[in-house]
Design a binder for this molecule. Structure first.
Ligand code: AMP
Ligand code: ZN
Length: 140
């Protein structure tokens, strides 16, 4: 069951109670731009069903999540064929939002974008430009 309103920011985004720049949606999954991106086009892919972590996800939900992840990757390949897919599980692994999600982080140079410094907030103008570039097509 999802937590009650306000308890989970990603449930709020799924329910459209909170804003997000959505790049992909199907019946079971949603993907949106990370608000504090490591790189341009950093996307989060989430199941609409609230679970804290991967081991809590019902196995019948696996195929849809993997399919959504692959669709988002196809969209992001319009920006670059190089990207990391990552999922932090647990606080010590860096998980901050306890609603299962996969990061897809485009890479444009060989330099690592991963660091502990605060990341800048996504600007609206950049988000709108990315939404236009990543718009789903029949091939995604
Ligand atoms: P994690 O550390 O794996 O839990 O990552 C959570 C991610 O969610 C971080 O990269 C945040 O920048 C991102 N995030 C948190 N709140 C929002 C939001 N309202 N919209 C988009 N991304 C968010
Ligand atoms: Zn949630």
């Amino acid at each position: 069951m999802p937590p009650s309103s306000g308890a989970c920011i990603f449930c709020d985004i799924v329910a459209r109670r909170s804003p997000a720049h959505i790049v992909y949606e199907d019946a079971r999954c949603l993907a949106f731009l990370d608000l504090f991106p490591f790189t341009r086009g950093h996307v989060l892919v989430v199941p609409k069903l609230h679970v804290d972590r991967l081991v809590d996800l019902p196995p019948e939900a696996y195929p849809a999540l993997l399919a959504a992840l692959a669709s988002v990757c196809r969209q992001l390949e319009r920006l670059t064929p190089h990207y990391n897919i990552a999922s932090n599980q647990g606080e010590l692994a860096g998980q901050i939002v306890f609603h299962l999600h996969f990061h897809v982080i485009p890479r444009y140079t060989g330099a690592s974008p991963f660091h502990d410094k605060p990341r800048g907030r996504l600007a609206d103008a950049e988000a709108h430009e990315l939404l236009a570039a990543l718009r789903p097509t029949e091939r995604t």
